[in-house]
Design a protein. Structure first.
Length: 428
């Protein structure tokens, strides 16, 4: 963990020089308004500690501090002689800035105090754009814990506010959307596991404002309404479990403009389409990156068999895929088969592959060249698309087992293909 350096705000005359200098320097693409900012009139008396968590990577829209809410929080921290910190959420989150606002040596009147607060806030807002990610991937969960630690270290009697600017789609550490199918895993299961790992941030007495949750840019696929809902439900449960005083998700529109400058590599999180109306999103030249049919869909199989429960229903469901592949002979897909977990059982790879091939042959019968489809059986091997479907006694949880009795079609160009194939390395 990198150490942070507490910085004391400089006298106002030097602040203005630094403001002009900082505006001429490049940064990581964090946006700040012009020098002539409109500052809030509300002035609290209790010291305010403000910590901002910024997810700085190429697939989350660039943070903009030119918002009334953020400027108000920073100004009030300066006016009350509190703290303002910035935590960068990359693969190894770190405190980029931690400003401690000191009282003047002499008593000053209200006008002078407001003037100093505005100048201090301006200095902070011109320093923040210099922060940049250093480590590949990103880990908002650890960043939130680090931000909480920074807040809790402030003086006694201070009110704490955390502002999170991030999509929430973490790609490393305990909460990893690349390794586990967190969108389908019950929230209570995830929270319970994080509690076992002592990975829940300690957020007692902290008010949390989250800006840009589920907002993406660049190559990261957008989330549909169902995935957005599940993502918010998950993070709200984690923050609440940590004892947060309040949790607010700011729904204001966020531009899709990404960060400028050189950033360390970050993976995209595959977003599967399992909506009954997915077919409407398949047109002649486009297809969802990931399409999944589980045991509750029209593409389901008889027990311990590769025979469809209803072949006609499966045929109708797969028809849009066939139409797309025939219209795009240069394109190809992988068809992955999975099975529910059986405690102490074998991998079930042959059955899973047979189910994938049943889908392939159905498409072949409709004129799709077999060469455009690769079939792989994953059985019950751990992988990014699975959920934990066994209870503590090793018995199947039927609702979750149905999610694992699945066939998944993935565009061959998707990074998810390599992730799923890597799970085969777990075979002895």
């Amino acid at each position: 963990m990198r150490k942070c350096k507490v910085q004391r705000i400089l006298p106002l005359c030097l602040i203005l020089v630094m403001c002009l200098t900082a505006n001429m320097l490049g940064g990581c693409g964090i946006h700040v308004g012009g020098l002539q900012m409109e500052w809030p009139e509300s002035e609290k008396q209790t010291p305010q500690a403000i910590s901002i968590v910024a997810g700085i990577h190429e697939y989350t829209p660039a943070v903009s501090f030119d918002t009334e809410a953020i400027k108000k929080q920073i100004y009030e921290a300066c006016y009350t002689y509190g703290n303002v910190s910035l935590v960068v959420a990359d693969g190894e989150p770190f405190v980029a800035y931690n400003f401690e606002i000191k009282k003047p040596d002499k008593n000053i009147d209200g006008s002078k105090r407001r003037q100093l607060a505005k100048g201090n806030a301006q200095q902070i807002l011109t320093e923040f754009p210099k922060a940049c990610a250093k480590t590949e991937e990103y880990d908002p969960l650890t960043a939130i814990s680090l931000s909480a630690d920074t807040l809790q270290s402030s003086q006694d009697g201070t009110e704490h506010t955390m502002i999170i600017c991030d999509s929430g789609l973490s790609t490393t550490s305990y909460l990893n959307f690349l390794e586990s199918n967190l969108f389908e895993t019950p929230v209570e299961t995830i929270v319970s596991k994080l509690e076992e790992l002592h990975a829940i941030p300690e957020l007692e007495s902290v008010d949390i404002i989250w800006i840009g949750l589920s907002k993406t840019c660049g190559a990261q696929p957008s989330l549909d309404s169902d995935h957005k809902y599940k993502l918010q439900e998950l993070w709200e449960a984690i923050l609440t479990a940590g004892g947060a005083k309040s949790v607010t998700f700011d729904k204001s529109p966020v531009p899709r403009e990404g960060y400028s400058g050189n950033l360390p590599p970050c993976s995209t999180v595959p977003i599967e389409s399992n909506n009954p109306d997915f077919a409407s999103s398949i047109v002649q030249q486009t297809i969802p990156e990931v399409i999944k049919w589980d045991g509750n869909s029209n593409v389901r199989f008889q027990g311990d068999s590769a025979a469809f429960v209803d072949e006609n229903a499966a045929e109708r469901e797969l028809a849009p895929i066939g139409k797309y592949l025939k219209s795009n002979p240069q394109k190809s897909v992988y068809i992955f088969g999975m099975t529910a977990s059986i405690f102490g059982g074998d991998s079930n790879i042959p059955l899973a592959e047979a189910r994938a091939r049943a889908c392939q042959q159905l498409l072949v019968s409709k004129g799709v060249p077999e060469s455009q489809m690769s079939c792989v059986g994953l059985g019950q091997l751990p992988n990014q698309q699975r959920v934990d479907d066994l209870d503590e006694n090793g018995m199947q949880i039927e609702e979750l087992a149905q999610k694992n009795r699945a066939v998944i079609i993935v565009d061959s160009e998707s990074p998810l293909v390599a992730i799923l194939l890597k799970s085969l390395e777990n075979l002895e």
